[in-house]
Write a protein that binds this ligand. Sequence first.
Ligand SMILES: C=C(O[C@@H]1C=C(C(=O)O)C=C[C@H]1O)C(=O)O
Length: 396
Amino acid sequence: MSASSDTRPPVTHPTPAASAPSVGYQGEPGAFSELALRRWFGGSARAVPLPDFETVLARVRSGEVDFAILPVENTLAGSVAAACDAFLRAEVDVAGEVVEPIRHQLLALPGTPPSALRRVSSHPVALDQCRAFLARHPHMRVVTGSDTAGAARAVAEGGDPAAAAIASEGAGERYGLEVIARDIHDRPDNQTRFWVLRSWGAPMAAPQPGVSHSMLVFETRNEPGALARVLRELAEAGLNLKALTARPAEEPWHYRFIAEVEGDLTSGRGAVAIASATPHMVRSRVVGPWTVRGPGGADGVAAPHADAAGCRRAIDAVDRALVRLLAQRRDLATRTQSLRTGGGDLLRDPAREAEVLRHAAAEARAVGLPEESVRQLFWRVIETCHPAVSEAPPVT
Ligand SMILES: C=C(O[C@@H]1C=C(C(=O)O)C=C[C@H]1O)C(=O)O
């Protein structure tokens, strides 16, 4: 794989007409997909729980939901095969990518001693991320379920003190369960990539900063070197291959490949690479471009670490990203002001300021931060973006 630097303009990021988009996800409230969609869309999005990946894809394709979120790869368990297959069968576009840290907790009825547990249930992909813990506790029979939060709800509703679930801490809180064993995933830097999906042709809006990613979905002829020839075109265009997924096509021993690259395959050298690769492919389509958000993503937020020094480096990266976002906010606020005043003096809008603080408080609530201190902080943010704004925060 080759390194590449991307200096093209920011990717156009989709925002639906309504301020609160509906976003479909597989699972029940408290699922990791719900956390991932909050990272992308914020606290105001309407999260729509759906039973399986096929239904998620069908709903976004038909426009019944504005977007969908789909877990595609976990750093411990690998590709989420069922999600990739559902994606390959549907005609949808990737509008973004979220990388979400995944922390698994062993949850049971409050007051349950660990020795009383006999059964543990969760989604198979979650169970795969906790193999070492499960191997150390062979007295617990492993039961696969359709999702993590659903397994937690079933333990709460079942009332059986021998039953446990593996799910997020948030799912435990939602269903009144206690954390019996904390952070039981095999590595502390466990994380999952999710694609944000939209139907083809859904409206696009404001450009987002960050490196663009895109993908080529293709099949090759069953002949020596066919895959290598396609990949060589991408490499020679200087596009870094970040993931290559092979899934079975219907015909025996034929494969569909998903090649994800850092770069835009719809223009410039990316488009040239696709043109050169086309004779080597049986079927192909280009999806994207999109930007990545979350640990390790293009927004510069670092991945979690096992040791304190690593965590501090990650905090430093988060802080740098926060300051860059502040500068971005200041530029937007300055532009808003000059549009509103025609270049004159600062024109305050207390109603808008109150709205900004309300939004920040709602986001804080969604991610479990203290609302009042986030409100205060945002008052300072408004002030920092406009040094002339310096009175006490409005009361809402
Ligand atoms: C940027 C603006 O100007 C001022 C600054 C605001 C802000 O930083 O959020 C909000 C309202 C105005 O008092 C605006 O009008 O939106």
